[in-house]
Structure formats: structure tokens, C-alpha cells
Design a protein around this ligand. Structure first.
Ligand code: FMN
Length: 186
């Protein structure tokens, strides 16, 4: 069978789907974001792309910081909900029974129930079109002790992280290999 050709679109899937927290401990919000990723290793830099009309956009612009909270199977419902409701009308932490967690550097809270919360500082905002790409530096990573073994190693496979592809949420399934395994000598 051949391939059909479609007009241009965003089809780089799967993607992580994350819960981005913004604001401060008193006035905070959660926005679900799938247009996100790593853009540099050292300094560690990431991006989130957000439509400027989102309630969260102004909060992030004003404070210059936010946290990326990784999502897992247990958080799938809340991830979707925080992506269809606005913080202008709902307290998403309260409605989804999520716990605000003080982070190490930024004033914005993380989500305690998330396995990993990544503290970010805004460096540059690129107005691309529908979305503004918020290019940010990672200031700290907070990993849940639940997934750290007695040797201090973080077992990402135990986090039950989820992915997003073409409007659907997926669990990650089985590990298929490790970095460089294709060239590893026995
Ligand atoms: C799976 C999923 C992924 C989303 N990804 C993005 C995104 O990358 N950028 C964006 O601006 N909005 C995205 N949204 C939409 C926002 O999360 C949604 O409009 C949200 O209600 C905005 O919240 P706020 O008004 O409290 O800021 C996504 C929603 C879902 C459900």
C-alpha cells in the first residue's frame, strides 16, 4: 500500500502532554500543553507553545516563570480537564483535588501528584502565529522520591507516563531498548 498526502499540519506524534503550572502559591493555575519539548542540553532549555488568548499566557508573561509537571496514567483525567476548562472560571487545583507543592527556586507551585516537576524561567517569546513559543531555561527538576530506588536511581519506567497523539492519550507500553543498544557489543 502507498501513502496518502495531506495538506500541511502538525503531525509529529507522539508528544508528551504536560500540566504547566503558573502564577504563585496563592493565585495559581494549570494549563495542559502538548506543544512542548526539549530544545537544548546545556544550558537545559525547553519550550512550551501557548495561544496568547489563554488565561495562563498572561500569568506566565507577567511572572516570567512556570513549571512543567509530567503526567501519568493516574493524572490523565485531570490532564484533559485542565485542557478544556479555563482558570479564569475554575480553580483547577481544587476541582481536580490536586495538591500545590512549593518548588525549590520559582514562586509558582508544582503539582505534588506529578512524578516530576520542572522549574522553568522564561528567556524569550517567539510569536509564531496561532501560538507563541515560550523558550525557557530549566532551573531545577523535582523528582518524586516514590520512583527513586535505594541506590538513588530514578526509575522512569515506573512513573506510568502518558503520551498524546492526534487527539488521543496513550500509555507508553513496554520498553524496547536503551540508548545505543543497536550498536552495543555483547
Ligand atoms: C491534550 C491537550 C493539549 C493541549 N495543548 C495545548 C498547547 O500546546 N498550547 C495551548 O495553547 N493550548 C493547549 N491546550 C488547550 C489549553 O490547555 C486549554 O485551552 C485550557 O483550557 C487553557 O487554560 P487557561 O484558560 O486556564 O489558561 C491543550 C488542551 C489539551 C486537552
Amino acid at each position: 500500500m502507498g501513502k496518502v498526502t495531506w495538506k500541511p499540519g502538525t503531525f509529529v506524534y507522539p508528544l508528551p502532554v504536560v500540566m504547566v503550572t503558573c502564577g504563585d502559591m496563592e493565585n495559581s493555575n494549570i494549563i495542559t500543553v502538548a506543544w512542548t519539548g526539549i530544545i537544548n542540553s546545556d544550558p537545559a532549555m525547553v519550550y512550551i507553545s501557548i495561544r496568547p488568548e489563554r488565561y495562563s499566557y498572561e500569568l506566565i508573561k507577567k511572572t516570567g516563570e512556570f513549571a512543567i509537571n509530567l503526567t501519568n496514567e493516574k493524572l490523565t483525567y485531570a490532564t484533559d480537564w485542565c485542557g478544556v476548562k479555563s482558570g479564569a472560571k475554575a480553580d483547577k487545583f481544587k476541582e481536580m483535588k490536586l495538591t500545590k507543592e512549593r518548588l525549590s527556586v520559582i514562586k509558582c507551585p508544582g503539582i505534588k501528584e506529578s512524578p516530576v516537576s520542572i522549574e522553568c524561567k522564561v528567556k524569550e517569546i517567539k510569536k509564531l502565529g496561532t501560538h507563541h513559543m515560550i523558550i525557557s531555561e530549566v532551573l531545577a527538576i523535582n523528582a518524586s522520591e516514590e520512583y527513586i530506588d535505594e541506590k538513588g536511581a530514578f526509575d522512569i519506567g515506573k512513573c506510568d507516563l502518558i503520551a498524546y497523539a492526534n487527539g488521543r492519550y496513550y500509555s507508553l507500553g513496554e520498553q524496547l531498548g536503551t540508548f545505543g543498544y543497536s550498536v552495543k557489543k555483547d
